[in-house]
Design a protein around this ligand. Structure first.
Ligand code: ADP
Length: 428
């Protein structure tokens, strides 16, 4: 699926680049052409004005102009850049000509006739022996008022040659850069798709894990219910174990679904985080009190060391959920007669919550992974504790929402210490 997307993205980028290259090359060629055209038209116009002046001044069509456009260059270049001329009188008799060549008069006569009949001057083009020319047909009047036609023309061989060369160079550079750009765009397409692919893979894993986690309690509930139906003649009090199973697993399932929902909504940024001033000291104190009884039931000591007046800007319910997750884990993963210490400290910039236990601890490898969804150090052993490996993912999400940091220090069989640092300033 991602390969196909990657292929399409690269192809689309390539097509856009090719279109861009063609537009760019044609614009450059078009611009060069129009620059040559306007400068050539200007030269033809100036030359025609010169001829008109001579006719006005000397009152004759009989003169010879020096070859215009002749520079110090090579002959072939001179012959191509030379501006030539033809003059016709009012009866369309040829009266002057700079240079005679094959078919010239056949082609120019028609244009001269046109200019005379329509009494207007116009630019045009013509081809002589395979060479293209620009021509300016001028309708003019002598001093005595009789019309005559001046035709000035110049070959466009050099202009066309330069334009073609520019086109070849632009296309050459363009094609080389196109190849490079296609490689770069393929690389970028791959890079930009990578996070999407990762999210997609994670989502797939998430669904697979969630279904797996839901299947276990459902199986237990179904088996217990089936067993109960088989014992329909027995008393309920003799089968409390199965009923208990059903109620514990239902409780587990609803906790799991609630956690899944929280994470799914968090991913979609659907959970409103309501920021306000929170008395963290009070919150921690109350959470510590609530867990006293649970700790005692398990034969654990729970100590709270809480600094007064620690206030931060945050979401009270989420912060409470965070402390509950950490305390709940501390109690879950600490064997009998261990100790859990909840402490809250205060610096100028941040509030620091720490939940320390003398429990089973974990290896360095586990330490790096426990904030991942569904990650549990010992999947089988802790099933009965009801954990699906989502608590710490939720804790991390809450800390992230508060722009804080969560970390863990832990030694296998010695205990763990979860440390949460929350900025006090309103950065959110
Ligand atoms: P769970 O619901 O399984 O507790 P969590 O996300 O809260 O899920 O924790 C993930 C895993 O991290 C746990 O399954 C456990 O293996 C490990 N863990 C969490 N807290 C502690 C702790 N205080 N001591 C040792 N291991 C812990």
């Amino acid at each position: 699926m991602f390969k196909e997307l990657y292929r399409r993205l690269t192809l689309m980028n390539a097509l856009i680049l090719i279109a861009f290259l063609l537009i760019f090359s044609y614009s450059i060629v078009g611009f060069t052409n129009s620059t040559f055209d306007s400068s050539a038209k200007r030269s033809l116009f100036e030359q025609s004005e010169k001829i008109k002046n001579i006719v006005d001044t000397y009152g004759t069509f009989d003169f010879t102009l020096p070859n215009e456009g002749i520079g110090s260059g090579i002959d072939i270049e001179n012959s191509y850049s030379r501006i030539e001329y033809i003059l016709w009188n009012e009866n369309l008799d040829l009266v002057n000509l700079s240079n005679l060549r094959e078919n010239l008069l056949d082609v120019t006569f028609i244009q001269a006739k046109n200019a005379l009949e329509n009494r207007n001057s116009y630019y045009s083009s013509m081809t002589l022996s395979g060479v293209k020319y620009r021509i300016y047909n001028v309708y003019a009047l002598t001093k005595s008022g009789s019309p005559y036609i001046i035709q000035v023309f110049q070959s466009r061989v050099i202009d066309d040659l330069i334009t073609r060369q520019i086109f070849v160079v632009v296309m050459g550079i363009g094609i080389v850069s196109l190849i490079v750009l296609i490689f770069i765009s393929a690389h970028l397409a791959k890079k930009s798709l990578e996070p999407v692919r990762q999210t997609y893979e994670r989502q797939k894993e998430f669904i697979a894990d969630a279904s797996h986690e839901l299947r276990t309690p459902l199986t237990i509930i179904r088996t217990s219910a089936e067993l109960l139906t088989m014992k329909e003649d027995e008393k309920i009090k003799d089968n409390l174990k199965w009923i208990d199973n059903i109620s514990v697993e239902t409780e587990n399932m609803s906790k799991l679904i609630e956690n899944l929902l929280t994470l799914a909504q968090a991913d979609n940024k659907q959970i409103p985080v309501e920021m306000a001033r929170v008395d963290l000291s009070k919150l921690a104190y109350e959470a510590g009190e609530k867990f006293q009884l649970i700790a005692k039931e398990k034969g654990l000591e729970l100590e709270s060391i809480i600094s007064d007046n620690v206030n931060i800007y945050g979401d009270k319910d989420k912060l409470n959920q965070l402390i509950v997750i950490l305390l709940d884990n501390g109690i879950k993963y600490t064997p009998k007669s261990g100790k859990i210490t909840l402490s809250l400290m205060n610096t100028a910039e941040k509030a620091i919550i720490s939940v320390k236990d003398t429990g089973i601890g974990m290896t360095e490898e586990d330490r790096e992974r426990i904030f991942e969804r569904f990650y549990r150090v010992d999947k089988a052993r802790f099933r009965e504790e009801g954990g699906a490996g989502l608590g710490l993912s939720i804790a991390k999400w809450i800390v992230d929402e508060h722009k804080g940091k969560i970390s863990v220090e832990s030694q296998l069989n010695e205990g763990s210490n979860f440390i949460v640092e929350l900025p006090k300033k309103r950065k959110i």
